[in-house]
Design a protein around this ligand. Structure first.
Ligand SMILES: NC(=O)C1=CN([C@@H]2O[C@H](COP(=O)(O)OP(=O)(O)OC[C@H]3O[C@@H](n4cnc5c(N)ncnc54)[C@H](OP(=O)(O)O)[C@@H]3O)[C@@H](O)[C@H]2O)C=CC1
Ligand SMILES: O=C(CO)COP(=O)(O)O
Length: 297
């Protein structure tokens, strides 16, 4: 919707029976500049393709369709770590489409806000500096402001990891543990995010930018966030719609596996994985985090 301000856009989906009112974006009728199609071959004629799939669906989609995407500029919006390969979307894309230019679009941005034309700032990460500059130019609009980085690892890890911490923040609020505890979870969660990201080669300034701290702040403080709301439901023992995409649940498991492999301590991520799998109660999780050995900050 935002990019159609710059010119014609083709939107592909496997099911287009909703015509111009996609139930996944309620209240928004797609502008005429958007052509909706279920023909992937036609949609992949464009040079630049944005892949807006959930992280756990991306590998399967690529296994089926990589040939149509190879050689293009591929921009992933997915915020998660693949459970089986334990990598972010950029590696999945590079492995499946070695001739493509791969980029990641991430940062604090609720789809509903962007579609309403509200001002939003994002991070466009591309290892190829010139291609990144061209994409930054093509994908920015007067209300969608893209900052550029070559640190793809840092940008995609920030987006993936903040979802895990947002679930933890939601649990805290849902369980009535208070705003002070939420601030502690956000801060100690950010410490986990920066530790793991640095270990995987990310630059510290990427984590303190829009794609890290920026998105962490948004997602841990807004009930618009599905990850936060899922955490709230866990914390208050309420049901949660299984059809809603909650990237942080699978990513918490992926992060725990990755951290174990690297020998990194990620207690909040491990606790979110345990809570999502119902291996621990909220009361026990809080107690276990609070009674860990005392340490330096
Ligand atoms: N929503 C938001 O505010 C933001 C989301 N993101 C990230 O973008 C990614 C996508 O999120 P979002 O759009 O909200 O997720 P949704 O679950 O709302 O929508 C996902 C879309 O992907 C389609 N899809 C899922 N699996 C497949 C598949 N195997 N093949 C083809 N299409 C598939 C779905 O199709 P169908 O409808 O047919 O099921 C749907 O159109 C996530 O990683 C999310 O974290 C990033 C920034 C903001
Ligand atoms: O990534 C997002 C905002 O930047 C969307 O967050 P949720 O997936 O938690 O709704």
């Amino acid at each position: 919707v935002a990019l159609s301000a710059n010119g014609p856009v083709t939107l592909w989906a496997r099911d287009t029976s909703w015509d111009r009112d996609n139930p996944r974006l309620p209240g928004v009728t797609l502008p005429d500049a958007i052509r909706v199609t279920d023909d992937l071959r036609a949609a992949t004629q464009a040079d630049t393709l944005l892949l807006a799939l959930p992280a756990q669906a991306l590998a399967g989609f690529l296994a089926d369709h990589a040939a149509l995407l190879n050689g293009r500029h591929l921009v992933s919006t997915a915020k998660g770590i693949d459970l089986h390969k334990l990598t972010g979307p950029s590696s999945l894309l590079t492995d499946a489409c070695p001739k493509a230019t791969v980029a990641v679009l991430t940062g604090p941005s609720f789809a509903a806000d962007i579609a309403r034309g509200l001002p939003t700032a994002l991070t466009l990460a591309c290892a190829n500096r010139d291609a990144g500059k061209a994409l930054q130019h093509d994908l920015s609009t007067p209300v969608l402001r893209l900052y550029r980085t070559t640190d793809v690892t840092g940008a995609e890890l920030g987006g993936a990891l903040k979802n895990v911490i947002a679930i933890a923040a939601g649990v805290v609020i849902g369980a009535g543990l208070g705003d002070s505890a939420r601030a502690a979870i956000i801060t100690r969660g950010f410490a986990e995010m920066t530790r793991l990201s640095a270990r995987l080669g990310a630059r510290p300034e990427t984590l303190t930018g829009l794609s890290g701290l920026g998105d962490l702040t948004l997602t841990c403080t807004s009930v618009q966030s599905r990850n936060f709301r899922y955490g709230q439901a866990l914390g208050s023992a309420q049901p949660f719609d299984a059809g809603t995409t909650v990237e942080g649940a699978a990513t918490a498991r992926a992060v725990s596996a990755l951290a174990a492999r690297l020998g990194e301590d990620m207690p909040i991520a491990a606790m979110v994985a345990a809570l999502a799998e119902r291996r621990v109660s909220v009361e026990n999780a809080a107690e276990m985090l609070m009674t860990r050995p005392l340490k330096e900050e």
